[in-house]
Design a protein around this ligand. Structure first.
Ligand code: A2P
Length: 277
């Protein structure tokens, strides 16, 4: 007899058409998978017809490989108008979910809880003229959604997307997403004029080396882009990445008088704490 979820997980393949799905979840099909490095990959799944979300939100996803599947919070990287849902993930060799998830192939099944949520949404920010999207690692994912959403260009004159990773190869996803955005029939024209990508690496020589936090504090970011220093009166910020990065960036913003916003109380900046790094 099977002894709970672990032994069932060992016996079932990653995707099993016969597996009885847990109640209250969507079962969706993997449409494409792309690996960037041995630590990073993205995948796209079908979108349930009834599933609505706001760009920047996350959802709990898992695999149908256990009696009690393991779910993790994943930001939806595709914009809210897209027919498919895109996710960007780290591969953790011993990670309870990602050690299996990294092996998915087109045709496999992903399970997804029904309710999206999150704070990296336009609703949680007060109006402003410039939107800074600060990210590290896979924290780029919600911003891949935000920059492809027409609402972003309706609400802000300028959008600055920063992405910091250890190695240059880890910047490939954001590079490609931005390139696609600039070509996009829906937002491309606006993005070409108003979206700025600012990538930096921290552990590999590059022309843009250093943590974004250091570049904010030294003023280098603003010098490089010919922009004024951060100001609560016109700038709005979203932050997504590792815990240490969230903490340091939050401190920088609060030292400049920025107030944290939420869905119920929009303000100057927002942070996603449910992010899985
Ligand atoms: P660093 O290499 O200097 O630690 P990780 O892979 O650990 O999540 O880190 C992703 C990126 O985030 C790395 O480039 C890392 O820089 C950077 N980072 C980590 N902690 C902070 C922090 N407290 N402030 C700014 N950037 C950070």
């Amino acid at each position: 007899m099977l002894d709970g979820a672990a032994s069932l997980a060992q016996q079932l393949p990653v995707s099993s058409a016969d597996y009885p799905l847990p109640a209250g979840v969507f079962a969706e099909t993997v449409m494409s998978v792309r690996h960037f490095t041995d630590r990073l990959f993205m995948f796209r799944i079908t979108r349930p017809r009834s599933f609505r979300f706001r760009s920047g939100e996350f959802v709990m996803i898992g695999l149908p490989n256990a009696l009690r599947p393991i779910y993790r919070a994943y930001s939806i990287a595709s914009p809210s108008w897209d027919d498919e849902l895109e996710f960007y993930s780290i591969k953790v060799p011993d990670g309870p979910l990602t050690r299996h998830l990294q092996k998915i192939q087109p045709g496999d099944t992903i399970i997804m809880r029904r309710k999206p949520t999150g704070t990296l949404v336009h609703d949680a920010l007060l109006p402003g003229s410039r939107l800074y999207l600060f990210s590290t690692g896979t924290g780029i994912a919600p911003f891949a959604s935000i920059i492809r959403d027409p609402e972003t260009y309706e609400k802000f004159d300028q959008i600055i997307l920063t992405h910091t990773c250890r190695q240059a190869a880890e910047l490939k996803y954001s590079q490609d997403v931005v390139a696609d955005t600039l070509d996009d029939p829906l937002v491309g024209a606006e993005a070409r004029e108003r979206l700025i990508r600012y990538p930096t690496t921290t552990q590999e020589p590059s022309s843009m080396r250093g943590r974004i936090t250091s570049r904010i504090e030294s003023g280098q970011l603003f010098d490089d882009l010919d922009l004024p220093p951060l100001s609560r009166s016109v700038d709005r910020c979203m932050i997504c990445g590792s815990m240490a990065f969230l903490k340091d960036t939050k401190q920088i913003l609060e030292a400049r008088g920025f107030v944290e916003g939420s869905n119920s109380s929009p303000a100057d900046y927002v942070v996603e704490r449910a992010f899985v790094g």
